[in-house]
Write a protein that binds this ligand. Structure first.
Ligand SMILES: Nc1ncnc2c1ncn2[C@@H]1O[C@H](COP(=O)(O)OP(=O)(O)O)[C@@H](O)[C@H]1O
Ligand SMILES: [Mg+2]
Length: 341
């Protein structure tokens, strides 16, 4: 589990440090505060151990650029990632794990992401930077097995995931373990109570994942956005373990009941599969539901208020505890508006 992180020179962030990260981490703050960039930073660091985004069948670096630069890719558009497009400064991401190991990555504009050997700098006063080619040997010799597994498996759940990604790259692994039943239960609970199963149906251009109802079937793509996204996220959450899951604004498209059901599922998986969650949100409902459920499931949860100085790119991070929230709510004030209060 990641306990603290520092990001420098990434997108709108000149510098940001967060400590005291826990099982379930919820990031709130204005648009443009840098919440999504925190998720991207962890995903970017993970490329050192695994370049391929197995969910999307793409290179992760290309995806990080493309998700906000339309058709761009790493080769032709990566300068958008450098703070104020100052590509002469390296992007750095430092992650300190609960194991006590700290991994510092640097991303130079030209060249590959590299990892600083922990403790080397202390011992010799000089940093040695490793390339990703032989990361397994490196990880073994440095005793970084846990951190390697964690970062190799990290997944990024955002609304750009498509049914096609799940059909081609996820569903068969669920079937192998019959974890599809978990997803069917979720669909039945909230979205389509008469669902009998989810299966592939021959379509015009290949097989498509569909819900079987008593008298008809509906393609997953033909469901409402809330149901579709819940199925995509749940399919992935049911498969991963011992890693971090990055979830961007999960409330989008969800009815409050859908949000509750999806959160329940997500937190249950987090508990059972040792997942550390990083969730960005604008939803107070999400914050209070997550607090309640975490309490019930015995998960630690923290809410971080992110505020970015647009002049300097320096980011201030404050934790909002339950008492703060309750006081603000009693006063009739919306804690999302902390910056103007
Ligand atoms: N290369 C860059 N240099 C400086 N600022 C940037 C750069 N790329 C994006 N930004 C700014 O960073 C912010 C993006 O933050 P983001 O992580 O999307 O925030 P949030 O998810 O909290 O809404 C935006 O305000 C954007 O203008
Ligand atoms: Mg965002």
């Amino acid at each position: 589990m990641i306990e603290s992180l520092t990001i420098e020179n990434l997108r709108g962030i000149k510098k940001l440090s967060i400590s005291g990260l826990t099982n379930i981490n919820i990031f709130v703050g204005k648009n443009g505060a840098g919440k999504s960039t925190i998720l991207e930073a962890i995903f970017l660091a993970s490329t050192f151990f695994n370049k391929e985004d197995t969910l999307r069948g793409k290179n992760k670096l290309d995806y990080i650029v493309k998700r906000r630069a339309g058709r761009g890719n790493w080769q032709n558009s990566r300068d958008i990632l450098w703070y104020a497009r100052n590509t002469s400064e390296d992007i750095t991401i430092e992650l300190r794990f609960r194991t006590g190991n700290s991994l510092k990555f640097k991303v130079p504009y030209a060249g590959e992401i590299s990892l600083q050997i922990p403790s080397e700098e202390k011992a010799t006063g000089k940093a040695t930077w490793l390339k990703p080619d032989n990361y397994l040997d490196v990880a073994r010799s440095l005793g970084l097995e846990k951190e390697t597994v964690y970062l190799r498996e990290v997944v990024f759940l955002d609304s750009r995931l498509s049914v096609y990604d799940i059909e081609r790259r996820v569903w068969r692994y669920l079937l192998d373990k019959r974890l599809d039943k978990l997803v069917v239960d979720l669909v039945r609970d909230e979205y389509e109570p008469r669902t009998e199963s989810i299966t592939y149906k021959p379509g015009i251009s290949g097989f498509v994942l569909s819900i079987l109802l008593p008298h008809t079937s509906v393609e997953i793509d033909g469901l409402g956005d809330g149901a579709r996204i819940a199925i995509l996220y749940a399919s992935i959450l049911a498969l991963v373990s011992d890693t971090g899951v990055l979830i961007e604004d999960p409330e989008v498209h969800q009815h409050p009941g859908g949000l509750l059901t999806l959160l329940k599922f997500t937190l249950k998986m987090a508990k059972e599969r040792n997942l550390q969650l990083f969730i960005t949100t604008h939803s107070l409902e999400l914050v209070s539901i997550a607090r309640e459920l975490c309490n019930k499931y015995g998960l630690d949860v923290k809410v971080f208020y992110i505020e970015r100085d647009h002049e300097t790119g320096l980011v201030d991070v404050r934790t909002i505890d339950r008492v703060d929230l309750e006081v603000l709510e009693k006063m009739g004030l919306d804690p999302r508006l902390l910056h103007v209060l």
